[in-house]
Design a protein around this ligand. Structure first.
Ligand code: NAG
Ligand code: NAG
Ligand code: NAG
Ligand code: NAG
Ligand code: NAG
Length: 381
């Protein structure tokens, strides 16, 4: 009820078009970042990403933005051909994996040395693609398998089997849903391994059972372990919702899609629930605050961009999520005026300290491009 009314107001007032026009038609005229802004945003992403999860997110962003048919949001992308067509050479993705493989000790258990157990796995899909599509890169396959085995058999786990986001103790971060399950799912889909595919879903289910706040439906940021960040961290909600959609797409494009119809439905419902929980906290100018429900926290653009990206993807999957499109459009408008002349996303949380305002956010740079890729694909659908 609340949503319907809000949409009627938004569609009616801000566009002046008659109600009932299709969301896609309304989207055609909306204002967002210019091509020039986007190319600067992309250049700054490349320049600034250094941490494991930033590089992993960068690879996924390039897949979605530059190589859409090969990403899990493409049409029938699994398995990819062993020889990619020249217009799908994944050059900027493999530029990163080549660096990763050079830095990595041959016997390392993970793809990147890190105190996070989950973050290095964010590089896994790109490394698997390298192995699959380049006959000279069989070392990539070994590296991916070691990374998988680390997650399955070495990383700390809770008593219910939930895989810790940290190496030193069992601690659950909402971020992990973006880093780990999409890799498990992609590995499983390539290998035709049903048990592992199920595990990618189960990990999300477990994270949700720990982190979802029943009062709001939004997710808390960090629980379990020696310290917590129980606030409803905006970016973390976006990480979780987008991680679910990537796993959904991977399952959908695997040979087990039909057998996993309940799991697919859950993933969409859970992602939808996060968006629905976030919407009431969107500020009047379209931004989110760093913590959804803390009015004293600062305006935060990176989560705002990721929120929009999730909605465009979700609406392409399930028409009922079309009700959220006006909120995504409003977020996108805010993003368009939150980019500095040299291409930095402004008003961002410090990626190394989630409580503090920062100057530069590589993940925020990536979220802007994810938002654009998602919107483009929604309109093309
Ligand atoms: C990779 O593909 C892009 C886009 O199609 C093209 O501009 C570039 O030249 C290609 N690079 C290589 C090394 O083939
Ligand atoms: C690596 O690629 C080879 C050749 O396509 C494939 O047979 C193998 O299963 C791949 N390994 C992984 C871990 O995906
Ligand atoms: C693999 O390596 C060989 C020898 O270095 C080279 O000739 C060939 O072009 C490489 N193949 C690919 C797909 O990069
Ligand atoms: C599926 O993956 C799990 C985890 O790596 C492994 O233990 C199992 O043997 C695999 N199953 C098949 C059928 O390959
Ligand atoms: C949007 O509104 C918030 C307060 O809700 C404010 O802190 C922020 O600066 C505004 N952002 C822009 C770009 O105007």
């Amino acid at each position: 009820m609340f949503l319907r009314k809000a949409i009627a107001i938004l569609f009616g007032a801000s566009t002046g078009v008659v109600l009932g026009a299709s969301p896609a038609a309304l989207l055609q005229n909306a204002q967002g970042p210019t091509a020039k802004q986007l190319s600067l945003v992309k250049a700054k992403l490349k320049e600034t990403a250094t941490h494991s999860w930033e590089l992993g997110t960068e690879t996924e962003t390039y897949l979605e933005y530059d190589w859409a048919p090969t990403s899990v949001f493409g049409n029938n992308p699994i398995p990819p051909p062993h020889r990619l067509p020249s217009n799908q050479n994944l050059s900027n993705v493999f530029a990163i994996t080549e660096q990763i493989m050079k830095l990595r000790a041959p016997d390392a258990e993970t793809l990147f040395e890190d105190t996070a157990a989950g973050d290095p796995a964010s590089l896994g899909v790109a490394v698997l693609l390298g192995n699959w599509t380049n006959a000279n890169w069989s070392s990539y396959g070994d590296a991916a398998t070691k990374q998988l085995n680390y997650l399955l058999y070495k990383a700390p786990r809770g008593s219910d089997g939930v895989i810790s986001h940290r190496t030193e103790q069992v601690q659950l971060w909402s971020d992990s849903v973006y880093m780990v399950p999409p890799f498990l799912a992609y590995y499983a889909a390539l290998q035709g391994n049903k048990t592992l595919l199920k595990e990618s879903y189960t990990q999300i289910q477990l994270y949700r059972s720990h982190l979802r706040d029943p009062a709001t439906g939004a997710w808390r940021h960090i629980l379990e372990g020696s310290w917590n960040d129980p606030g409803l961290w905006s970016t973390g909600n976006g990480w979780a919702a987008m991680g679910m959609l990537r796993v959904y797409q991977t399952i959908l494009n695997s040979k087990f899609s039909n057998e996993f119809s309940r799991e697919r439905k859950d993933l969409i419902t859970w992602s939808y629930d996060i968006v629905k929980a976030m919407v009431p906290y969107q500020q009047s100018n379209g931004t989110f605050l760093n913590y959804l429900a803390q009015p004293s926290s600062f305006a935060e653009s990176s989560a705002t961009a990721l929120f929009a990206a999730v909605i465009y993807r979700l609406a392409a999957i399930t028409p009922s999520a079309g009700v959220f499109l006006p909120y995504a459009e409003k977020a996108r408008k805010l993003i368009a005026r939150s980019i500095s002349p040299d291409g930095y996303l402004l008003n961002v949380v410090n990626p190394n300290d989630f409580a503090l305002r920062g100057d530069i956010s590589p993940e925020g740079q990536a979220f802007v491009l994810m938002m654009e890729a998602a919107r483009r694909d929604y309109l093309a659908d």
